[in-house]
Design a protein around this ligand. Structure first.
Ligand SMILES: NC(=O)c1ccc[n+]([C@@H]2O[C@H](COP(=O)([O-])OP(=O)(O)OC[C@H]3O[C@@H](n4cnc5c(N)ncnc54)[C@H](OP(=O)(O)O)[C@@H]3O)[C@@H](O)[C@H]2O)c1
Ligand SMILES: *[C@@H]1O[C@H](CO)[C@@H](O)[C@H](O)[C@H]1NC(C)=O
Ligand SMILES: *[C@@H]1O[C@H](CO)[C@@H](O)[C@H](O)[C@H]1NC(C)=O
Length: 316
């Protein structure tokens, strides 16, 4: 019985992996050096965020790991400093599931850091529950927290010339949709707490990431700040730890999925590659521009989401 399950799970995994972008072997070949530049990586303590932070540190950047857990973040700071030989890697507390924490982070950052060249909105959850402000977890953390964070840091980005905002979305945004009346009544993108709802909420929040980037680029016109969103590939990380998948899948996942270093390549491409500025607002995968879903290209939807998000952060 368990062998049969193993087989079925493998087949499903292989299908999902190949269909939804496991084959993203392209590497970011930029040789850009970041001496004197500052980057923030949200969720930089593990997974794709940690690999991203390590690469930026190796290029000489000052890297702020914006994370919720001090202990885990400081362990990552230690690892990254050791491996990169760069001691300009620091932890700053940020819990994206609390708008107050986002404000406090921005306040501290703006008080202590004179520049911001690269903001990487990387943190993400696939899980149920509510944020401190009562929003659905995926909506609150993946979208609203980053929305507020970006808004609060925009001025500093603009002061630093050709700065960039990179938001880690996902190919799964294709399954996403946004129900505005539901956001009003439930403060969430779904109703219900089943595994199915949790998964749908994640897809919907990733569509928010795509639309946020689209509208942000419109609003950044005339400045030297550009923004990008991306699918990192299907990567073996702890993203699904709270999703209740059987442990049986772990060895298969290890076997078939890419590692976090490969998972950081498109993020790095969007953060570093010279000459992609004309593609501000667009969606990338495998280190190249790709077409997002039809909803992901809807400017009216993007504008509405921006306005609704603005209202939600001001009334919470
Ligand atoms: N793995 C994939 O195949 C895949 C595919 C498509 C897109 N993505 C996206 O890639 C991004 C990185 O995910 P990953 O795969 O590297 O997963 P991961 O290893 O679970 O990393 C997620 C990061 O987000 C942080 N985080 C979660 N909730 C937070 C909160 N409330 N405040 C601040 N930080 C919070 C986590 O911090 P803790 O350590 O404290 O939990 C962790 O550092 C996510 O946006 C995800 O949606 C991943
Ligand atoms: C990813 O990019 C690499 C190099 O640019 C290319 O060879 C490969 O075919 C691409 N894979 C997919 C799935 O687009
Ligand atoms: C953008 O950068 C160019 C070239 O560095 C500069 O001349 C211009 O003033 C900048 N524009 C703004 C709005 O900062």
């Amino acid at each position: 019985m368990s062998e049969f399950l193993f087989f079925v799970a493998s087949v499903v995994f292989i299908y999902v992996a190949f269909y939804y972008g496991l084959v993203t072997g392209a590497k970011c070949r930029s040789s850009v050096v970041l001496k004197g530049k500052t980057a923030i990586v949200t969720g930089g303590n593990c997974g794709i965020g940690k690999s991203t932070a390590l690469d930026l540190a190796k290029r000489g950047a000052r890297v702020i790991l914006a994370c919720r857990d001090k202990r885990r973040a400081e362990a990552a700071v230690y690892d990254i400093r050791t491996e990169s030989g760069n001691n300009q890697v620091v932890f700053m507390q940020l819990d994206l599931a609390s708008l107050e924490s986002v404000c406090r982070f921005a306040e501290t950052f703006l008080k202590t850091e004179p520049r911001l060249d690269i903001l990487i909105n990387n943190a993400g959850v696939l899980g149920s529950g509510r944020t401190k402000d009562g929003f659905g977890m995926a909506f609150g953390v993946n979208h609203l927290g980053h929305f507020l964070l970006t808004k609060l840091l925009l001025e500093r980005l603009q002061q630093c010339g050709s700065s960039r905002v990179v938001t880690v979305a996902a190919r799964l945004h294709c399954f996403g949709s946004i129900d505005f009346p539901l956001i009003d009544s439930e403060k969430d993108l779904v109703t219900g707490q089943s595994m199915c709802h949790t998964f749908k909420a994640y897809c919907n929040s990733k569509l928010c990431n795509v639309l946020f980037t689209r509208e942000l680029s419109n609003r950044l016109e005339g400045t030297n700040v550009t923004c990008y969103c991306l699918h990192p590939g299907v990567i073996h990380t702890s993203l699904c730890r709270n999703f209740g998948l059987p442990h049986l899948l772990t060895p298969i996942a290890k076997l078939f999925l890419l590692d976090p270093n490969m998972g950081s390549q498109t993020t790095l491409y969007c953060a570093l590659c010279e000459g992609i500025e004309p593609f501000s607002g667009r969606y990338f995968a495998n280190c190249s521009v790709q077409q997002p879903s039809v909803k992901g290209q809807d400017d009216a939807l993007a504008q509405k989401l921006w306005e609704v998000s603005e209202r939600l952060i001001s009334t919470s």
